[in-house]
Write a protein that binds this ligand. Sequence first.
Ligand SMILES: Cc1cc2nc3c(=O)[nH]c(=O)nc-3n(C[C@H](O)[C@H](O)[C@H](O)COP(=O)(O)OP(=O)(O)OC[C@H]3O[C@@H](n4cnc5c(N)ncnc54)[C@H](O)[C@@H]3O)c2cc1C
Length: 595
Amino acid sequence: MSRVIESERVEVLEAAERHDLALDDGSRVAVVGGGPSGSLFSYFLLQLAQRIGIKLAVDIYERRDFSALGAAGCNMCGGVISESLLQALSVEGIKLPADVVQRGIDSFTFHTAEETVTLYAPYREMRIGTVYRGGGPKGTRQPWWRSFDGYLLQLAVHSGARVVRERVADITWDDSRPQVHLKDGVQTYDLLVGAIGVNTPSLAVFEKLGIGYKQPKTRKTSNIEFELGSDYITRELGSSMHAFLLDLPKLDFAALIPKGDYVTMCLIGENISSEFVDSFVQNPVVKGYLAGKQDHRAGACRCAPLASLGDAVHPFGNRVLLLGDCGTTRLNKDGIGSAYRVAKTAAVTALFRGISSEDFREGYGPLCRSIHNDNRFGRVIFDVVDIIKRNAFLTRAVMRMARSEQQMTGRQRRMSMVLWDMFTGSAPYRDVFVRCLHPAFWSRLVWNIFVNPRSASTAGPGKEELVDRSGLGREYRAGEIIVRQGEQGDCMYVIQSGQVEVLRSNNGQEVRLAVLGEGDIFGEMAIFQKEARSATVRALTNARVLSVDRKIFLRRVHEDPSFVFTILQKMSQRIREMDAKLVTSGGQSEGKATR
Ligand SMILES: Cc1cc2nc3c(=O)[nH]c(=O)nc-3n(C[C@H](O)[C@H](O)[C@H](O)COP(=O)(O)OP(=O)(O)OC[C@H]3O[C@@H](n4cnc5c(N)ncnc54)[C@H](O)[C@@H]3O)c2cc1C
């Protein structure tokens, strides 16, 4: 009998403890680090809490002033926002403003010692954005832009977070709650989130918390800003990312990334030394794009940040969670994209499941494991790319295959898709790997190795007009058709700026169903049902529109079903408006124009 009572008591105590390990009205959350993972976690946590009527107090500890120039204001990276991240953010209702995006990128240009090939994004749309993480390169006169990290931090603040401009010096436990030590006192929280990246000694503070956390392995990389002038960049580099597939040892990724007046040179590989950077900028293929300014040692804005090689050990415990680079991140590519995915999943877990180690293991752990497993495929792919770069005949075959695909319509662009997804970081490494196993991929590659006699080409991305390249998506002029009723579609659209009208043809008469503006979506039915477009959408004013691929969309929905919340909200609003119209029209004939 006493044993039964004892086990019931244990159950009650466990339930009480579990109940205690949950966020509720008035719970206090500390987020250490206001980079992408910290800001996005705070933003989503507060947004989700608001939806279910819970009021949380979220403090973000961030010592950096993101408006400062140079390394002081910067989280040191290439600043490329991948197409999958841009599309996901826009579906979540986060549109990057024009003064945050330095340049929209519509293509990727690959350079080898012998030739150059450019791959274009679908619809030649500005699908990738380049940004400054901080205030911009040191020495910049009158910056006209805003920092990307500063913008995300502001999103969190507008959702109710408080920013504390202080460096967290230590963390201890107050009974079972985490305590943050500051210059003049100690603060106790219900949940502590570490989003401190890997370029900080504070990682040791989390290691000694007793949750079993071990920081990820890292390696040294290099970023250098070259001031080449906007006109030169538009003319010579265009709206293209330039990746270099050169026979240089231990180099996973080397790129020139065009921004406003600057080009960021980003080198990621096995401990990039200063001497390695010297030899890279002197390489004849690279030199040609630096307008004779390859003296990077003389006052250029440069940094040598550490890059995470994947994942930490046990990045969570009761009431503690580590996110982004200091937890689990994607190898080499789209680190900000993976910061967004883990931040959102962590916020959903903390709010709807709980904040115990068990809750994080069940709710947050699967995504970390999936990124970890995907990085394994990534490692294999980067090793294969290394072999290709060291063998001129293989490099030539890869470039030939990609080039001939670009010149032919109708044929599946297998090599182009592999290169695009691999270098833009838009698809999981596993997908890229599986695509490389396809027999048709191999037969084309072998044909290009042994048979295709085409000579090398040095065709770059093509000279561009000097026009504003800061917008994302594609610009449509007033009156231009964006989608046509009856056509098959495999993407939906998010309006970045301007207005469009939705039109339905009925018995030869055109009926305007709606006028949509910035932030609105259309064409979503093509994602949910494989049916022809039910209406035509035409630009009413000059409009900028970003397309969202079915595959990218569905992948996110499987990872995070709450991803569709904003779309459901908009669709339900639309149904409400249509209901209201039906009632006011009092059953008038359907075909009557409303224009
Ligand atoms: C060379 C290089 C190029 C890269 N290029 C790209 C790219 O083009 N695109 C891309 O998507 N990713 C890129 N990445 C990866 C990307 O930079 C990271 O994945 C991303 O910054 C991770 O975000 P985070 O919020 O986890 O960490 P971070 O961005 O490092 O932010 C951590 C924040 O924590 C703060 N902090 C640290 N310690 C404390 C403390 N004790 N108290 C208070 N605050 C603290 C810091 O000030 C910082 O603001 C690149 C990385 C490298 C190294």
